[in-house]
Design a protein around this ligand. Sequence first.
Ligand code: KE4
Length: 427
Amino acid sequence: MQHPRSAELFKQAKQVIPGGVNSPVRAFKSVGRDPIFIERAAGSKIYDADGNSYIDYVGSWGPMILGHSHPKVVEAIKLAAQNGSSFGAPTASEVELAQMVCDAYPSIEKVRMVSSGTEATMSAIRLARGCTGRDKILKFDGCYHGHGDSLLVKAGSGAATFGVPTSPGIPADFAKLTLTATYNDLEEVKQLTEVNKGEIACIILEAIAGNMGLVPPEPGFLEGLRTLCDKEGIILIIDEVMSGFRVAYGGAQERFKVKADLVCLGKIIGGGLPVGAFGGKKELMDQLSPEGGVYQAGTLSGNPLAMQAGIATLKLLQEEGFYAQIEEKSAYLEKGLRAAAANASFSTCAQRVGGMFCTFFCAGPVKNFADASTSDTEAFSRYFCAMLDQGINLAPSQFEAGFMSIAHSTEDLNKTIEAAHKAFKSI
Ligand code: KE4
C-alpha cells in the first residue's frame, strides 16, 4: 500500500500541530511508522487520503459500535444542526439522554454531561473530594482515565505507550495525592487504605481495563473494592468511558453486577461526537453547582448535536439481540486470531470481554500492567504494520484495546483472520 497523500498531510500537519496530531496515540510512534490520514468511513471500513480501505477495529477508540456513518445517527445530527449547533442553554435533548443513561445504570440517579472522558473523570474526582473533604485518590497502574493532572500518574494508554507514566508538568505536591496500586490486587488496596485511613476520597478504576491492552477484573476484585469502599467511606468511581454501553447496555456494572457510587461515561453516548458524562447517587450529584458548592461547568456540555447523536445511538443499542451479535462476532474473531497466532514463533495471549479485545505479545495471562509490560512491543509493531498493509486497522499500540462493531460482517472477520495468518508467518 502507498500513502503519498498521508505523507504530505503529515508533513504539513507537523508544521502547525504538535507531533502532527491532536492526540498522541494517533501519531503511530509506538509502531514506528507515519500515520495514515483518514478521509471518510462507513460501516466497518475507513478510507485513507490515498483511497486505501481498511477494516477498522479502532472505531474512534470505542464510540463507533454501530459502525461508521450509521444512517440514523447521521440523520439525527443533520436534523439537529438545522435547528442550531449550540445555545448555551438547556434543551429537551439533554433531558432525554440523561434519562436514558439513568435508565441504563441503576447506580446513576442523576448525570451531568461534559465534552470528553477526561472532563468526566476529573469532575467526578473533584466531586468525590468535595463530598468527603478528603484529598487523596487511588488509581491503578496502567488504567487510563484521561489527561487530568490527578490521573496522569502511572497511567495507561498513550502514557504507557510512550513509557512516560508520570507526565512532566504535574506538580509533585499534586501527584503525591494520587496513590497507585496494582490492578486486580485487592490486598494491596487494603494495605494502602489502612496506611491512608480516612484520607482517601475515592478509588477510580476501569472495571474492565482497556488501556494497558485488555485486562478483565479477576473474580472478587470488583466486589472486594465495593465492600472496602463501603467500610472505609471511600467513593467508588467506575470509569466506564470505554466499557459503558460497550460490553452490555448497562456496561461493566451490568456484566459484573457491581454498583459504583459515581460512574464516568463517554465515547458511545456521543455517537462519535464529543460527549462525556458523570453520574451517581442524588446525594452526591446534588453537591454540584448550582445546587451545591462543587463547581463544574462547560460551554458545550450537553451540546444538542451530540445529544441527538447519542440518543439515536442508544436507541439502536436497545434493539433485541444487539449485544448477542457483538459477542458472536467478537468470539468468532478471537477464535480465528488465536488460531493464526498459533503459527507465531513467540508467545501471544488473546484477552477479551464482549466487543473489547486485544492480543498480547507475551505468554499471559495478563492480569495487571506489570504483566502487560512484558509484551514484546517490537513484535507487536511488526504485526500491526503487517496487518495495516493488508487493509486491517488495529489499535497502533500494545497498550490499547480493539473494538467490534455491529457492522463487521463475517467476510470482514474472515479477511482479518486470513490477514493474521499471513502476518504471523511473516513477522
Ligand atoms: P477522552 O478525554 O479521550 O474523551 O477520554 C479519556 C478516557 C477516560 N477513561 C477511559 C477508560 C478511556 O479509555 C479514555 C480515553 N481512551 C483513549 C483510548 N485508550 C482515547 C484515545 C486517545 O487518547 O486518543
